[in-house]
Design a protein. Structure first.
Lengths: 185, 185, 185, 185
DNA sequence: CATGAATGAGGGTTCATTCAT
DNA sequence: AATGAATGAACCCTCATTCAT
């Protein structure tokens, strides 16, 4: 019954609590209730395990965010949709978003995997670009513009995950509004 | 020249390039051109060394940002001043800001040190709070409001450090403007 | 075709190429195209497998050498016959002779099997002993005398296996002659 | 006091008794009365340790055999000298000769080191070659001729090491005589 | 203060062996 | 009889830390 899943989940759990730094295989084996050699039937080594975890979580988030996405909506609606979905993902899968947040810049994740373009993100870039063309969003470096929006919302999420404040409907609305104001004309 | 400084600088250099994960004492000794036992004259162990580094960099940034700060300026000017100084710090000390960014949430940094209130940050909180009282800044959770601003600017800086775009005067102005719009009424 | 044979042959192949040192069961399974558990239907463990291989190869060589042996020939003819047959065996079954050569003194082969008297060898001893009695072969320790002859021919074979020179009819004749001269009066 | 030597000696002892096959680092540490990490101050890994041992023993034997060698002696005297010295070395350093014997063809010893030409051997080759030129030694492949002599004497030594017979002055003389007869005209 | 050889607990990984299918 | 996923003891090796110099 899904040893692979068991191992990945145990790894995520442990990294969340103790940090990648101090997660040892011994802990993973114990937590996943699996023999020490079993991991190597699924992953060639520790690095591969963590990278695989990163990939799976990335895919999960991507799929979650894109679900029910309607291309034909107005630009603003699509913008809001994305941010709302990201907030929802964070609330539903705090460990996963925290993992992505913490290690998406870590050298432990292979450059190849780290820089793999995420379709969801590309879609989001397109929205911003379109907004600039329509004169709704301010002229500025496209990458920087994205960085502003995603940085803002993820920062708010991080604050929530660190128990600095609740993240209910109201706060989500306020944050999305902030994102929009930050880049609109 | 101070061995202590040599060790701290070597540590920062190595962490920047390879990540805390793979920085060993052996590498630090070699890079700092210091005998292996020497570290223990200054730091009790590796964790203490990293935490000390964290503290020193935090202080450095704090001092840098607060320098030339004028309490008597208008609220908006003070707001801009802080953000500009943070951007300048990032440009002048990329390794340091990157270190703070990457490890300020790591369990490797002791909770005590990580959560120590930074005077500079308190001053910034005060500005936001004052703005809300004066009806210039939107009513929202104070912590969240701060998270929005700092998250936004640091995200832009991160993008710059990752070579996604340049960070000249124009971009800094745009970013500060975005910060302000994101939270003003 | 017999799985048992497949396993033994795969083992011999691998040992020849990589040395007993680095031959693992995993490699044997793969090379023999056999499930990992299958070996245990035939051999109780790895040591037994290797010892069994040793035994089989020993028997094979013994049978090969004794084939067509004529007890009624002159002593010198019988002497030449044996040595010629050993050389032929080496040429026809290089992996097998190499295996015997390399591991006949290894502690990995159980003492019991290693020291089991080989009928063929006994026959050879008898020839030497007879030669000494007849005053054709020099008086010296019987074991040492055998050691001289077998060591000489096997050394020549080893050189051939290591590609130091060819081993044609001429060389075989020369070697046998050397053997004879080395021990005759 | 000579940890490096301690480790090399412990390794040789263990290999002699148990075979390279089953010599683990744990056993070496224990036998050498050395901390487990200490080995790595002298050797990068196990393979390097064994190869280094091989090299040192090879040098030792070479030096031993060449000692007191007189180039101006007659060819036959020089021939005898070498073989006598090899026998003496075997008697005085049985573990070392056994190690060389067993592993000089093992893939565990790097090809580079294994095939490094030994000056002593070259000198011996020269003697044989000279003998052939003078018409004292039979015409045959030079390498094979050497293989005959060295194989013969080493085989006798091996028999002695395996307690098959004593190896006193008489036996040594007989063996050297056999060597000479085996290749002379 | 400064050094670096020595240490050994603990890390990731291998691999002979088992057992349910 | 045949399989191969699962196992865990034991492997090699790393690295923070100590201590005699």
């Amino acid at each position: 019954m899904g040893k692979r899943e068991d191992i990945l989940m145990a790894t995520l759990d442990l990294i969340t609590v103790e940090g990648l730094q101090s997660v040892t295989f011994a802990k993973i084996f114990k937590h996943a209730k699996v023999g020490s050699g079993t991991v190597y039937n699924y992953f060639n080594n520790k690095e591969e395990l963590v990278n695989e975890l990163y990939k799976e979580i990335g895919t999960h988030m991507s799929n979650f965010v894109i679900e029910n996405y309607d291309v034909n909506e107005t630009l603003y609606e699509k913008f809001k949709f994305f941010l709302k979905k990201m907030a929802e993902f964070a609330i539903n899968y705090p460990k996963e978003i925290q993992f992505l947040e913490n290690y998406s810049h870590s050298p432990y994740i292979s450059e190849e995997i780290r820089n793999k373009p995420v379709p969801t993100m590309n879609e989001f870039f397109t929205i911003i670009l379109e907004g600039q063309k329509q004169g709704i969003i301010r002229e500025m470096n496209l990458m920087m513009c994205c960085q502003i929006v995603t940085g803002l919302i993820l920062s708010v999420i991080r604050g929530f995950l660190n128990n600095k404040y609740p993240l209910g409907e109201v706060e989500i609305q306020q944050t999305i509004e902030s994102c929009w104001k930050a880049i609109k004309i």
